[in-house]
Write a protein that binds this ligand. Structure first.
Ligand SMILES: Nc1nc2c(ncn2[C@@H]2O[C@H](COP(=O)(O)OP(=O)(O)OP(=O)(O)O)[C@@H](O)[C@H]2O)c(=O)[nH]1
Length: 345
Protein backbone atom coordinates (compact mmCIF):
# COMPACT_ATOMS: atom_id res chain seq x y z
CA UNK A 1 0.00 0.00 0.00
CA UNK A 2 1.38 3.40 -0.88
CA UNK A 3 1.93 5.90 1.86
CA UNK A 4 0.01 9.16 1.78
CA UNK A 5 2.33 12.16 1.75
CA UNK A 6 1.67 14.61 4.56
CA UNK A 7 2.59 18.28 4.71
CA UNK A 8 2.82 20.19 7.95
CA UNK A 9 1.83 23.83 7.63
CA UNK A 10 3.10 26.08 10.36
CA UNK A 11 3.50 29.78 10.90
CA UNK A 12 2.99 32.18 13.72
CA UNK A 13 -0.41 33.50 14.77
CA UNK A 14 -2.09 35.31 11.92
CA UNK A 15 0.65 34.55 9.40
CA UNK A 16 -1.81 33.47 6.74
CA UNK A 17 -2.08 29.70 7.08
CA UNK A 18 -5.85 29.58 6.93
CA UNK A 19 -5.91 31.97 3.98
CA UNK A 20 -3.66 29.57 2.08
CA UNK A 21 -5.66 26.50 3.09
CA UNK A 22 -8.93 28.10 2.09
CA UNK A 23 -7.61 28.49 -1.42
CA UNK A 24 -6.46 24.90 -1.45
CA UNK A 25 -9.91 23.78 -0.32
CA UNK A 26 -11.79 25.84 -2.87
CA UNK A 27 -9.79 26.16 -6.04
CA UNK A 28 -9.86 23.54 -8.76
CA UNK A 29 -6.42 21.97 -8.89
CA UNK A 30 -7.20 18.32 -9.41
CA UNK A 31 -5.60 17.10 -6.20
CA UNK A 32 -7.59 15.35 -3.53
CA UNK A 33 -6.22 16.81 -0.36
CA UNK A 34 -7.38 16.13 3.16
CA UNK A 35 -6.80 19.28 5.15
CA UNK A 36 -6.61 18.79 8.89
CA UNK A 37 -7.25 21.89 10.92
CA UNK A 38 -6.32 21.79 14.52
CA UNK A 39 -8.85 23.83 16.40
CA UNK A 40 -6.86 23.97 19.54
CA UNK A 41 -8.37 25.85 22.41
CA UNK A 42 -11.69 26.50 20.72
CA UNK A 43 -13.09 23.08 21.45
CA UNK A 44 -15.37 24.01 24.30
CA UNK A 45 -17.13 26.80 22.50
CA UNK A 46 -17.48 24.86 19.27
CA UNK A 47 -18.68 21.73 21.00
CA UNK A 48 -21.38 23.65 22.73
CA UNK A 49 -22.52 25.30 19.55
CA UNK A 50 -22.37 22.25 17.33
CA UNK A 51 -23.57 19.72 19.90
CA UNK A 52 -21.72 16.89 18.25
CA UNK A 53 -21.17 13.49 19.70
CA UNK A 54 -18.02 12.89 17.74
CA UNK A 55 -14.76 14.67 18.25
CA UNK A 56 -14.14 15.44 14.65
CA UNK A 57 -15.92 16.84 11.67
CA UNK A 58 -15.23 15.91 8.09
CA UNK A 59 -16.55 18.01 5.22
CA UNK A 60 -16.10 17.18 1.55
CA UNK A 61 -15.50 20.24 -0.58
CA UNK A 62 -16.73 20.76 -4.12
CA UNK A 63 -13.20 20.53 -5.53
CA UNK A 64 -12.77 17.05 -4.08
CA UNK A 65 -10.76 18.10 -1.07
CA UNK A 66 -11.70 17.11 2.44
CA UNK A 67 -11.68 19.48 5.36
CA UNK A 68 -11.27 17.77 8.69
CA UNK A 69 -11.49 19.79 11.84
CA UNK A 70 -9.75 18.14 14.73
CA UNK A 71 -10.38 19.11 18.26
CA UNK A 72 -8.39 16.41 19.89
CA UNK A 73 -5.61 14.07 19.21
CA UNK A 74 -3.93 14.48 15.83
CA UNK A 75 -2.72 10.87 15.80
CA UNK A 76 -6.27 9.70 16.31
CA UNK A 77 -7.49 11.94 13.49
CA UNK A 78 -4.83 10.64 11.09
CA UNK A 79 -5.81 7.10 12.04
CA UNK A 80 -9.51 7.74 11.43
CA UNK A 81 -8.82 9.31 8.05
CA UNK A 82 -6.63 6.37 7.03
CA UNK A 83 -9.31 3.88 8.08
CA UNK A 84 -12.00 5.65 6.11
CA UNK A 85 -9.70 5.83 3.11
CA UNK A 86 -8.96 2.12 3.28
CA UNK A 87 -12.66 1.36 3.64
CA UNK A 88 -13.36 3.40 0.51
CA UNK A 89 -15.44 5.96 2.40
CA UNK A 90 -13.03 8.80 1.71
CA UNK A 91 -10.73 9.47 -1.18
CA UNK A 92 -7.63 11.58 -0.82
CA UNK A 93 -4.02 11.41 -1.94
CA UNK A 94 -2.42 14.08 0.25
CA UNK A 95 -2.76 15.38 3.75
CA UNK A 96 -2.02 18.92 4.88
CA UNK A 97 -1.99 19.56 8.61
CA UNK A 98 -2.37 23.09 9.89
CA UNK A 99 -0.73 23.49 13.25
CA UNK A 100 -1.75 26.23 15.61
CA UNK A 101 0.25 29.42 15.48
CA UNK A 102 1.95 28.86 18.79
CA UNK A 103 2.82 25.23 18.18
CA UNK A 104 6.27 23.80 17.96
CA UNK A 105 6.22 21.76 14.74
CA UNK A 106 8.83 19.34 16.12
CA UNK A 107 6.51 16.92 17.91
CA UNK A 108 4.11 16.91 14.96
CA UNK A 109 6.97 16.07 12.59
CA UNK A 110 8.25 13.37 14.91
CA UNK A 111 4.84 11.72 15.02
CA UNK A 112 5.52 10.51 11.49
CA UNK A 113 8.66 8.70 12.60
CA UNK A 114 7.70 7.58 16.08
CA UNK A 115 4.10 6.45 15.84
CA UNK A 116 3.94 3.07 14.10
CA UNK A 117 0.30 3.43 13.15
CA UNK A 118 0.86 6.85 11.57
CA UNK A 119 4.08 5.70 9.87
CA UNK A 120 2.27 2.74 8.33
CA UNK A 121 -0.15 5.00 6.45
CA UNK A 122 1.68 8.29 5.93
CA UNK A 123 5.05 9.69 5.02
CA UNK A 124 6.13 13.16 6.00
CA UNK A 125 6.58 15.16 2.83
CA UNK A 126 7.62 18.58 4.09
CA UNK A 127 7.26 21.23 6.73
CA UNK A 128 6.06 24.53 5.28
CA UNK A 129 6.21 27.70 7.30
CA UNK A 130 4.29 30.87 6.51
CA UNK A 131 6.20 33.95 7.64
CA UNK A 132 4.32 37.20 8.11
CA UNK A 133 6.44 39.88 6.43
CA UNK A 134 4.79 42.59 8.49
CA UNK A 135 5.17 41.06 11.93
CA UNK A 136 7.88 38.42 11.71
CA UNK A 137 10.77 40.61 12.89
CA UNK A 138 9.06 41.21 16.19
CA UNK A 139 7.74 37.67 16.47
CA UNK A 140 11.23 36.28 15.91
CA UNK A 141 12.58 38.64 18.60
CA UNK A 142 9.99 37.69 21.13
CA UNK A 143 9.00 34.11 20.50
CA UNK A 144 11.30 31.19 20.20
CA UNK A 145 8.46 29.19 18.66
CA UNK A 146 8.53 31.59 15.71
CA UNK A 147 12.25 30.86 15.25
CA UNK A 148 11.64 27.14 15.58
CA UNK A 149 8.94 27.21 12.94
CA UNK A 150 11.43 28.83 10.55
CA UNK A 151 14.18 26.39 11.54
CA UNK A 152 12.08 23.32 10.80
CA UNK A 153 10.89 24.46 7.41
CA UNK A 154 11.58 22.80 4.10
CA UNK A 155 9.97 25.74 2.39
CA UNK A 156 9.26 29.25 3.63
CA UNK A 157 6.32 31.28 2.36
CA UNK A 158 6.51 35.01 2.90
CA UNK A 159 3.02 36.50 3.30
CA UNK A 160 1.88 40.12 3.52
CA UNK A 161 4.76 41.52 1.52
CA UNK A 162 2.19 43.98 0.15
CA UNK A 163 2.23 45.69 3.55
CA UNK A 164 5.97 46.40 3.80
CA UNK A 165 8.78 47.96 1.78
CA UNK A 166 11.19 46.03 -0.41
CA UNK A 167 13.95 46.84 2.10
CA UNK A 168 11.93 45.30 4.88
CA UNK A 169 11.47 42.18 2.81
CA UNK A 170 15.24 42.04 2.18
CA UNK A 171 16.10 42.44 5.85
CA UNK A 172 13.64 39.76 6.87
CA UNK A 173 14.80 37.45 4.11
CA UNK A 174 18.42 37.64 5.20
CA UNK A 175 17.45 37.04 8.80
CA UNK A 176 15.42 33.94 8.06
CA UNK A 177 18.17 32.65 5.79
CA UNK A 178 20.54 32.73 8.72
CA UNK A 179 18.09 30.70 10.73
CA UNK A 180 17.43 28.33 7.87
CA UNK A 181 19.58 28.43 4.73
CA UNK A 182 18.10 25.11 3.54
CA UNK A 183 14.58 26.20 2.78
CA UNK A 184 13.76 28.10 -0.41
CA UNK A 185 11.73 31.27 0.20
CA UNK A 186 8.66 32.14 -1.90
CA UNK A 187 6.32 35.08 -1.67
CA UNK A 188 2.66 34.27 -1.15
CA UNK A 189 0.03 36.91 -1.74
CA UNK A 190 -3.21 36.27 0.16
CA UNK A 191 -2.60 32.56 -0.08
CA UNK A 192 -2.04 32.61 -3.83
CA UNK A 193 0.41 29.89 -4.54
CA UNK A 194 0.46 27.05 -7.06
CA UNK A 195 -0.53 23.91 -5.18
CA UNK A 196 2.54 22.19 -6.58
CA UNK A 197 4.69 24.58 -4.55
CA UNK A 198 3.10 23.16 -1.44
CA UNK A 199 2.72 19.47 -2.22
CA UNK A 200 5.29 16.82 -3.06
CA UNK A 201 8.32 18.79 -2.04
CA UNK A 202 9.89 15.62 -0.69
CA UNK A 203 11.59 17.61 1.98
CA UNK A 204 12.16 14.48 4.00
CA UNK A 205 13.25 12.39 1.10
CA UNK A 206 16.75 11.09 1.23
CA UNK A 207 17.80 12.62 -2.05
CA UNK A 208 21.44 13.47 -2.40
CA UNK A 209 21.16 17.20 -2.68
CA UNK A 210 21.78 19.61 0.14
CA UNK A 211 20.42 22.90 -1.03
CA UNK A 212 21.89 25.77 0.87
CA UNK A 213 21.25 29.36 0.04
CA UNK A 214 24.32 30.70 -1.81
CA UNK A 215 24.11 34.03 0.06
CA UNK A 216 24.41 32.17 3.31
CA UNK A 217 27.46 30.27 2.10
CA UNK A 218 29.09 33.45 0.86
CA UNK A 219 28.51 35.03 4.23
CA UNK A 220 29.92 32.05 6.12
CA UNK A 221 32.93 32.09 3.85
CA UNK A 222 33.40 35.74 4.57
CA UNK A 223 33.29 35.16 8.32
CA UNK A 224 35.78 32.34 8.09
CA UNK A 225 38.40 33.81 5.90
CA UNK A 226 38.28 37.52 6.41
CA UNK A 227 38.57 38.70 9.93
CA UNK A 228 38.87 42.16 8.50
CA UNK A 229 40.25 45.15 10.32
CA UNK A 230 38.73 48.54 9.97
CA UNK A 231 40.76 49.47 6.91
CA UNK A 232 40.94 46.18 5.13
CA UNK A 233 39.46 47.50 1.92
CA UNK A 234 36.68 44.94 1.71
CA UNK A 235 33.37 46.19 0.68
CA UNK A 236 31.76 46.26 4.07
CA UNK A 237 28.89 48.32 2.96
CA UNK A 238 27.82 45.57 0.65
CA UNK A 239 27.93 42.97 3.38
CA UNK A 240 26.68 45.34 6.01
CA UNK A 241 23.06 45.04 5.14
CA UNK A 242 23.26 41.29 5.09
CA UNK A 243 24.72 40.83 8.52
CA UNK A 244 21.63 41.22 10.58
CA UNK A 245 21.89 42.71 14.01
CA UNK A 246 19.79 39.89 15.32
CA UNK A 247 21.39 36.94 16.92
CA UNK A 248 18.65 34.38 16.93
CA UNK A 249 19.03 31.37 19.18
CA UNK A 250 17.92 29.19 16.32
CA UNK A 251 20.60 29.31 13.67
CA UNK A 252 22.37 27.21 11.08
CA UNK A 253 25.88 26.30 10.11
CA UNK A 254 27.50 24.23 7.44
CA UNK A 255 30.31 21.67 7.56
CA UNK A 256 32.25 20.93 4.40
CA UNK A 257 35.24 18.75 3.64
CA UNK A 258 36.95 17.33 0.60
CA UNK A 259 38.35 14.42 2.59
CA UNK A 260 36.41 11.19 3.17
CA UNK A 261 34.93 10.13 6.50
CA UNK A 262 35.90 7.06 8.45
CA UNK A 263 32.59 5.22 8.80
CA UNK A 264 33.02 3.82 12.31
CA UNK A 265 34.23 7.09 13.76
CA UNK A 266 31.49 9.12 12.10
CA UNK A 267 28.76 6.70 13.22
CA UNK A 268 29.92 6.96 16.76
CA UNK A 269 30.25 10.71 16.69
CA UNK A 270 26.85 11.36 15.10
CA UNK A 271 25.29 8.92 17.55
CA UNK A 272 26.69 10.80 20.50
CA UNK A 273 25.83 14.17 18.97
CA UNK A 274 22.14 13.35 18.73
CA UNK A 275 22.20 11.89 22.22
CA UNK A 276 23.58 15.05 23.71
CA UNK A 277 22.20 17.74 21.41
CA UNK A 278 19.21 15.98 19.81
CA UNK A 279 16.59 18.01 21.64
CA UNK A 280 18.20 21.18 20.25
CA UNK A 281 18.85 19.84 16.73
CA UNK A 282 15.82 20.92 14.72
CA UNK A 283 16.83 19.75 11.27
CA UNK A 284 20.01 18.46 9.74
CA UNK A 285 21.01 16.96 6.46
CA UNK A 286 24.20 15.88 4.80
CA UNK A 287 25.58 14.21 1.72
CA UNK A 288 28.74 12.38 2.66
CA UNK A 289 31.82 10.90 1.11
CA UNK A 290 32.69 7.76 3.05
CA UNK A 291 36.06 6.10 2.76
CA UNK A 292 36.05 3.32 0.18
CA UNK A 293 32.44 3.92 -0.86
CA UNK A 294 31.64 4.48 -4.50
CA UNK A 295 28.23 5.88 -3.63
CA UNK A 296 27.17 8.96 -1.74
CA UNK A 297 25.71 8.51 1.69
CA UNK A 298 22.78 10.69 2.65
CA UNK A 299 21.78 11.33 6.21
CA UNK A 300 19.19 13.57 7.73
CA UNK A 301 16.95 13.94 10.70
CA UNK A 302 14.81 15.80 13.16
CA UNK A 303 15.98 15.86 16.77
CA UNK A 304 17.01 12.31 17.73
CA UNK A 305 15.35 10.66 14.73
CA UNK A 306 18.17 10.22 12.24
CA UNK A 307 18.17 8.21 9.03
CA UNK A 308 20.83 7.32 6.51
CA UNK A 309 20.56 6.04 3.00
CA UNK A 310 22.73 5.18 0.04
CA UNK A 311 22.66 7.81 -2.67
CA UNK A 312 23.87 7.94 -6.26
CA UNK A 313 27.29 6.83 -7.44
CA UNK A 314 30.08 9.34 -7.45
CA UNK A 315 30.53 9.95 -11.11
CA UNK A 316 33.85 10.01 -12.84
CA UNK A 317 35.48 13.40 -12.59
CA UNK A 318 33.01 14.60 -9.93
CA UNK A 319 34.75 16.35 -7.06
CA UNK A 320 34.14 14.18 -4.02
CA UNK A 321 33.43 15.69 -0.68
CA UNK A 322 30.94 16.03 2.13
CA UNK A 323 28.51 18.77 2.96
CA UNK A 324 26.28 18.96 6.02
CA UNK A 325 23.93 21.59 7.35
CA UNK A 326 22.75 21.74 10.95
CA UNK A 327 19.86 23.91 12.15
CA UNK A 328 19.31 24.10 15.87
CA UNK A 329 19.06 26.04 19.06
CA UNK A 330 22.34 27.36 20.43
CA UNK A 331 24.30 24.49 18.95
CA UNK A 332 28.04 24.64 19.71
CA UNK A 333 29.26 25.01 16.16
CA UNK A 334 32.94 24.54 17.04
CA UNK A 335 32.23 21.26 18.87
CA UNK A 336 30.38 19.94 15.85
CA UNK A 337 32.96 21.09 13.32
CA UNK A 338 36.05 19.95 15.20
CA UNK A 339 34.38 16.65 16.11
CA UNK A 340 33.47 16.01 12.48
CA UNK A 341 37.02 16.84 11.43
CA UNK A 342 38.26 14.14 13.82
CA UNK A 343 36.12 11.64 11.91
CA UNK A 344 37.83 12.36 8.59
CA UNK A 345 40.35 9.86 7.28
N1 LIG B 1 -2.19 42.23 3.48
C1 LIG B 1 -2.19 40.90 3.52
N2 LIG B 1 -2.95 40.25 4.42
C2 LIG B 1 -2.94 38.91 4.43
C3 LIG B 1 -2.15 38.15 3.53
N3 LIG B 1 -2.34 36.85 3.80
C4 LIG B 1 -3.20 36.80 4.83
N4 LIG B 1 -3.59 38.03 5.21
C5 LIG B 1 -4.54 38.41 6.29
O1 LIG B 1 -3.97 38.10 7.53
C6 LIG B 1 -5.00 37.74 8.47
C7 LIG B 1 -4.66 36.42 9.14
O2 LIG B 1 -4.69 35.39 8.16
P1 LIG B 1 -5.01 33.89 8.52
O3 LIG B 1 -4.95 33.11 7.26
O4 LIG B 1 -6.22 33.78 9.34
O5 LIG B 1 -3.75 33.53 9.43
P2 LIG B 1 -3.47 32.20 10.25
O6 LIG B 1 -2.02 31.95 10.14
O7 LIG B 1 -4.37 31.10 9.81
O8 LIG B 1 -3.86 32.67 11.70
P3 LIG B 1 -4.05 31.78 13.04
O9 LIG B 1 -4.77 30.53 12.64
O10 LIG B 1 -4.83 32.67 13.94
O11 LIG B 1 -2.69 31.54 13.56
C8 LIG B 1 -6.28 37.70 7.67
O12 LIG B 1 -6.99 38.89 7.91
C9 LIG B 1 -5.82 37.63 6.22
O13 LIG B 1 -6.73 38.21 5.34
C10 LIG B 1 -1.34 38.87 2.56
O14 LIG B 1 -0.60 38.29 1.75
N5 LIG B 1 -1.41 40.23 2.62
Amino acid sequence: MTLVPATILTGFLGAGKTTLLNRILREPHGHRIAVIENEFGEENIDNEILVQDSNEQIVEMSNGCICCTVRGDLILALGTLAQKRNAGELDFDHVVIETTGLANPGPVAQTFFMDDEVASHYMLDAVITVVDAKHAMQQLDEHEEAQRQVGFADRLLLSKTDLVSADDVDALTSRIKRINPRAPIRKVDFGQMPVNEVLDLRGFNLNDKVEIDPDFLAEEEHEHHHECGEHCGHDHHHHGHRHSNHTDEIAAFVFRSDRPFNTARLDEFLGSLVQVFGPRMLRYKGVLWMEGADRKVVFQGVHQSMGTDIGAKWTEGEARGSKMVFIGKNLPKETFISGLEQCLV
